[in-house]
Design a protein around this ligand. Structure first.
Ligand code: PLP
Length: 462
């Protein structure tokens, strides 16, 4: 498709206004000010166009969310219809609305069997705030008022609200504003490349899970409310845990009666080839955080799938839970989600990722490991990552990293961006999470683009 956009947008004028008034999330505005932000104006399928008319392959699905791809008219139609009928009503004070009811029922049907209730929020961060309050309330109602500590992991991402950022394990976030708040502690992440030297992956999975048990004993089991983790860490750099990790985490949670929260804001809604990744990692969480892929990002929506163990206590014994958001169960967002889920089902996108395009992406992405800059490449469903290294070794633990001051990941990201490809850099690890609609041919196109940009990066740093 050829689109002539240059004439339509005055990029410099938009950038000037942007710099003057718009504070962006996670952005160094001094650095941005020099070159101005890229202005995205249109999306179709897996592609974006900027205000200069450049076509860009979106390897990150926006921000891990546009699972069904851009430009879905049936979602905008559903949103429009709902806006005309009932643009808003709240679910406080004994009221409800039809899309929220239908969506809660649909989510109960497509999630693992222990989930029969849903608590809606406006985002993943709000959903994790809800989790914190919900698990503490659960233990309070049962009379265990000491059981308030939540264990999370370093380098995890659970959002940007005070509770979300505290649950997360990002040191840069903790460094600003005195986080984490009390009652949240962290253990190491199951990062085989970083910490598994001298062990098989299977051994390391057990070892990394044992850090949870150590922390429980250190804090005192009678004080621990829950453990929270992303099945595959996303923002931390697509950290895919060894297969032994999650079953062992489940065993430890069961042993101490601790609630398990799976944060599936990225992993849910088909990204790993299942509705929810918990199903493939052998865990039975009590709560699942969702957002992003539930509407493919078309309208903000998040929430918590509340398992029977927690729902029974809160609903039957808890009285009123003093918690809620104006936009909990927003009818327009729920209508968008219902249509998004219908598309995922009708086009069998999740099955495709599981059986066809996911394995194909794995194969093609793994080939990048032959590039002189790539020390390690791995993937799971429709997330993947590769490590840029100075020197490669047979054992990836012996790879020699670049001096982080060189910012090689950012150099590579710049080449991607300049050559029509969005790939994110987490340090020197380059990651993707493409829309689930991506075809085999488009995977080939993406791998060619990535390889070209790796070559350019290589030429730059020599
Ligand atoms: N949890 C995870 C795993 C995420 O990746 C994110 C966002 O990237 C969040 C929570 C926060 O979601 P939101 O940005 O919708 O608040």
């Amino acid at each position: 498709m050829t689109i002539q956009l240059k004439e339509l947008y005055d990029t410099a004028a938009i950038q000037k206004l942007d710099t003057a008034h718009y504070m962006h999330p996670f952005t160094d505005h001094q650095a941005l000010g020099e070159k101005g932000a890229r202005v995205m104006v249109r999306g179709e399928g897996i592609y974006l166009w900027d205000s200069e008319g450049n076509k860009i392959l979106d390897g990150m699905s926006g921000l891990w969310c546009v699972n069904v791809g851009y430009g879905r008219k049936s979602i905008s139609d559903a949103v429009y219809r709902q806006m005309e009928t009932l643009p808003f009503y709240n679910s406080f004070f004994n009221t409800t609305n039809v899309p929220a009811v239908l969506l809660a029922n649909k989510l109960s049907a497509i999630s693992p069997p222990q989930f029969n209730h849903v608590y809606f929020t406006g985002s993943g961060s709000e959903a994790n705030d809800t989790n914190l309050r919900m698990v503490r309330r659960y233990w309070d109602v049962l009379g265990f008022k000491e059981r308030h500590t939540i264990i999370s992991r370093h380098n995890s991402y659970h959002g940007s609200t005070v509770a979300g950022a505290s649950l997360g394990g990002m040191t840069d976030m903790h460094a600003q504003g005195g986080l984490p708040i009390p009652g949240i502690v962290h253990i190491g992440q199951p990062n085989y490349l970083e910490s598994g030297r001298g062990m098989t992956e299977a051994e390391f999975g057990i070892e990394a899970a044992s850090w949870l048990e150590q922390k429980i004993l250190e804090v005192g089991a009678e004080k621990v409310a829950a453990f929270i983790g992303e099945p595959v860490q996303g923002a931390g750099g697509v950290i895919i845990p060894p297969a032994t990790y999650w079953p062992e985490i489940q065993r430890i949670c069961d042993k101490y009666g601790i609630l398990l929260i799976a944060d599936e804001v990225i992993c849910g809604f088909g990204r790993l080839g299942r509705w929810f990744a918990s199903e493939m990692f052998g865990i039975r969480p009590d709560l699942i955080t969702f957002a992003k892929g539930v509407t493919s990002g078309y309208i903000p929506l998040g929430g918590v799938l509340v398992g029977d163990r927690v729902a029974d206590v809160l609903i039957k014994q808890g009285g009123e839970f003093n918690h809620g958001f104006t936009y909990s169960g927003h009818p327009v967002a729920c209508a968008a989600a219902l249509e998004n889920i219908r598309i995922l089902e009708e086009e069998k996108l999740i099955e495709r990722v599981a059986d066809d395009t996911g394995p194909y992406l794995k194969q093609r992405f793994a080939e990048l490991a032959d590039h002189p800059l790539v020390g390690y490449a791995d993937s799971c469903g429709f997330v993947a990552g590769l490590n840029l290294v100075r020197t490669k070794a047979d054992n990836p633990h012996d790879n020699v990293a670049f001096d982080s001051a060189l910012g090689v990941g950012m150099v590579c990201r710049g080449h991607m961006f300049g050559n029509g490809m969005i790939m994110r850099a987490v340090g020197d690890r380059m990651i993707i999470a493409p829309p689930l609609v991506m075809t085999r041919e488009q995977i080939d196109e993406m791998i060619t683009l990535i390889r070209r940009c790796l070559d350019l990066t290589h030429a730059d740093i020599k």
